[in-house]
Design a protein around this ligand. Structure first.
Ligand SMILES: C[S@@+](CC[C@H](N)C(=O)[O-])C[C@H]1O[C@@H](n2cnc3c(N)ncnc32)[C@H](O)[C@@H]1O
Length: 385
């Protein structure tokens, strides 16, 4: 089919989304890149770039089903530049209400020209025109996450919860802010089941944006004023800042110098240390310790949707081995009678109860939030005395 359309420059929001999606294919993190690339964009364009990028990643399984349906070709046969341009246009056409179809489709074709994929423009145009026609296509359930993950969650949590978790990974996360004790509520903020955590539609600039799941961890430490607190995996410092509202005796540690450098403004001693090795503190130094361990992040799929397509079952034992070492080393620094909270933003038992279960002779209480069952990101925490 000959194309009669005029070629123009794609809108900045769509160009940014396309660039970010291409980089995510190579292993980059969408949210980090969006922050970096949005600095040069108008606020509205930055919002649309994020909406398209994260929406495409959240709904990748469903979009690929639609591409195969309308093109009659398996997606494996498409070049990545073509696949991403199709996913982007299809997402806007089928899942966003306020974007005109012609703008979404034209810009994806323009992106193909710019990516030197002009030979794919007629094919993409035909697929997208078919997809934009108002035809109902029933998308099979279960495409929200990869089949292996849904199967694993079904085994770990039961079918009903697994489906809720999968469905939750498609949703745009709500915004939450943390308000220090005694400060007034954010303008328009609504109270939640987590103390000092408010849900909001437009953030109050006085307060930090922090997911409700993340905010629920520090209260488990039962921190008291004057207690010595160690945050072992601290960066970017959300939980350190929360703890600092209660005690000033805080030390923040992280393996990443770059990430720790970003915490300078928090104003606590910062220690670069790989906690898989013995920590540079005398045994029994701290009354309270938080191990917010590096993990697969399967509790944060709403915020980090690329994780679900990137993670492999074989990755979990590697995470667990690192987590066990970090927990063992952190326990060495805990004072007698002290309390340690081990937390991850993973939903996988391999990184959670199978790690903490290996500690003998310590009383434990476990807490879990599951997306789709509770609001916000999911996490696991064990309170260890
Ligand atoms: C889940 S994030 C922590 C989030 C942080 N607690 C907050 O609330 O803002 C995990 C952190 O662990 C750090 N990390 C990874 N491996 C580590 C290791 N071996 N030792 C110490 N920190 C590590 C990462 O650099 C990352 O900053």
């Amino acid at each position: 089919m000959a194309s009669t359309r005029t070629q123009t420059k794609p809108a900045p929001a769509r160009r940014t989304a396309y660039e970010v999606l291409l980089r995510v294919q190579e292993g980059a993190h969408a949210s980090d890149l969006l922050i970096e690339k949005s600095a040069q964009l108008e606020t509205r364009d930055a919002g649309l770039a994020a909406e398209i990028t994260l929406g495409v990643l959240r709904r990748q399984g469903q979009l690929d089903f639609l591409i195969e349906h309308f093109s009659g070709r398996p997606i494996e046969r498409l070049d990545v530049e073509v696949l991403l341009a199709l996913r982007m246009a299809l997402y806007q056409v089928r899942f966003l209400d306020r974007v005109p179809h012609y703008a979404a489709i034209n810009d994806s074709l323009n992106l193909l020209h710019a990516a030197r994929k002009a030979s794919a423009v007629a094919f993409a145009n035909a697929v997208l025109r078919k997809a934009a026609a108002d035809v109902e296509v029933e998308i099979p359930t279960g495409l929200a996450v990869p089949a292996w993950l849904l199967e694993k969650w079904t085994g770990d949590f039961g079918g009903e919860t697994a489906l809720k978790m999968a469905a939750a990974s498609l949703e745009v996360p709500r915004l939450y802010q943390h308000v220090p004790a005694g400060a007034e509520a954010p303008f328009g903020g609504r109270e939640t089941d987590v103390p000092q955590c408010f849900q909001t539609d437009s953030p109050d600039p006085r307060y930090r944006i922090q997911d409700i799941g993340s905010q629920a961890v520090v209260p488990l430490l039962e921190l008291e004023r004057g207690q010595r607190f160690l945050d072992v995996c601290a960066a970017p410092g959300n939980k350190t800042a929360q703890a600092l509202e209660i005690t000033s005796q805080v030390v923040a540690c992280d393996a990443s110098f770059t990430r720790l450098k970003g915490m300078k403004a928090v104003g606590v001693p910062l220690v670069v240390a790989d906690a898989t090795r013995p920590l540079p503190f005398a045994p029994g130094t701290f009354d309270r310790i938080l191990v917010d361990a590096p993990c697969s992040g399967t509790g944060t799929l709403g915020h980090n949707p690329e994780i679900k397509w990137r993670l492999r079952a074989e990755d979990l034992p590697r995470f667990a081995e690192r987590q066990r070492k970090i927990l063992d080393n952190a326990l060495e620094a805990l004072a007698p009678g002290g309390l340690l909270v081990y937390a991850t933003c993973s939903l996988e038992p391999e990184e959670n109860e199978q790690v903490t279960g290996a500690i003998a002779g310590r009383a434990q209480r476990e807490i879990r939030r599951i997306p789709g069952r509770e609001a916000g990101d999911g996490f696991y925490a064990a309170v260890i005395r």
